[in-house]
Design a protein. Structure first.
Length: 368
């Protein structure tokens, strides 16, 4: 069994890394952090033209049909570069759910425009900071109209489409597709720890919506599993960037006549980060295999990748700041951007505790 990526996919990742570096993704993030512009629209159109947004979209719907392995690699590079883009919200949630669960009419209407970068999307799961569960969903659909509140919603302040988890007439939570530009939707921006992601409270007042998939909580969990693997790759990409930053600084910063990287206190910290990162990367590769092949092991792989990647990113972003010393938390350095992103991603789709419980449940179910 080979969990490694193909040479073509690896080459694509290298090209993506060079492109994001040449475009100055982190500089763009700084520029937009306190501005009114929601994301870098020029960069958004550029990645759309390169086929990134259509990676899992079939060619008949305007996509590049590169596959989930390519999307995993791209997610890692996005996580490392931190471009101010709604890539995750659009690709991991809306596009993925439409490809997997949308009707032919929905695919024909939305996928070409999403792949071309004409539309952006988001996933409205939570109604607060609690973990996702059927009993926690209060948003309801009656006669094709959605009423309820979702918060926080990543890029909810600017997204065009949303996949919303809501209860229908059968009292069973499922996935609904909502056009956020239509009537019945109010947006209220939220100030969060990671201000670059334009989060918001969405209030639905008899907003038109359409069902996705077969209906039921199973659809929601499967969507969460797929998105969890992609987000885990993004977290691993960010953790690798933090380790690289800390290593480079430790080699160039001198104290007492020698590089601080020569001191055991620094060596041990970075060695621990490396171990956590490689463990998370192994789980992510397992998850990518399960995602690409449609394996029944997907729930276990997704939960394991999510838990390991969240822990690795937190540790890497924290130790990166510590390695840089007092200046590590200042605005002038980039360390704090990764720490902010590590915190925000760890709570997306549910807390690490939720995914640990899901991992235990998936392992027990697999043994039965």
């Amino acid at each position: 069994m080979n969990f490694d990526f193909s040479a073509e996919v690896k080459m694509m990742g290298e090209e993506a890394r060079r492109f994001l570096s040449d475009r100055g993704a982190i500089r763009s993030l700084r520029r937009l952090y306190d501005s009114d512009e929601p994301f870098d629209r020029g960069l958004w159109q550029a990645i759309a033209e390169m086929g990134w947004l259509g990676a899992i979209v079939p060619e008949e719907h305007g996509g590049s049909a590169l596959g989930y392995e390519a999307l995993c690699i791209l997610a890692g590079e996005i996580g490392a570069a931190l471009p101010p883009l709604p890539f995750a919200a659009t690709s991991y949630f809306v596009i993925d759910t439409l490809v997997r669960s949308g009707s032919e009419a929905q695919k024909s209407e939305y996928l070409p425009r999403l792949a071309a970068g004409e539309l952006t999307g988001t996933f409205a799961l939570a109604e607060g900071l609690g973990n996702p569960s059927p009993k926690a969903i209060e948003a309801r659909v009656e006669r094709g109209r959605l009423t309820g509140v979702k918060q926080p919603v990543v890029y909810g302040a600017v997204a065009d489409l949303a996949v919303v988890v809501a209860v229908d007439e059968t009292d069973e939570p499922g996935l609904k597709l909502v056009d956020l530009t239509a009537g019945g939707v109010e947006r209220h921006p939220i100030e969060t720890f990671d201000r670059s992601r334009r989060e918001a409270t969405l209030r639905f007042n008899d907003a038109p919506c359409h069902p996705l998939g077969e209906g039921g909580w199973g659809d929601v969990l499967r969507a969460l599993d797929r998105a969890a693997i992609l987000l885990a790759f993004e977290q691993v990409g960010g953790a690798q960037a933090c380790l690289d930053m800390a290593r480079d600084y430790a080699l160039e910063r001198y104290a007492f006549g020698r590089p601080i990287g020569s001191f055991q206190a620094i060596k041990h910290k970075l060695a621990d980060v490396y171990v956590a990162l490689e463990l998370a990367r192994a789980h992510c590769y397992y998850g990518a295999w399960a995602l690409e092949t449609g394996s029944a092991e997907l729930p276990v792989a997704a939960a394991a990748a999510r838990v390991a990647a969240s822990e690795a990113y937190h540790q890497a972003s924290k130790e990166n700041i510590q390695t840089h010393g007092g200046m590590g938390i200042t605005w002038e350095l980039d360390c704090h951007f990764y720490y902010r992103r590590a915190k925000s991603l760890s709570l997306e789709l549910g807390s690490p505790g939720f995914w640990k419980d899901r991992l235990i449940g998936a392992i027990e179910a697999a043994r039965e």
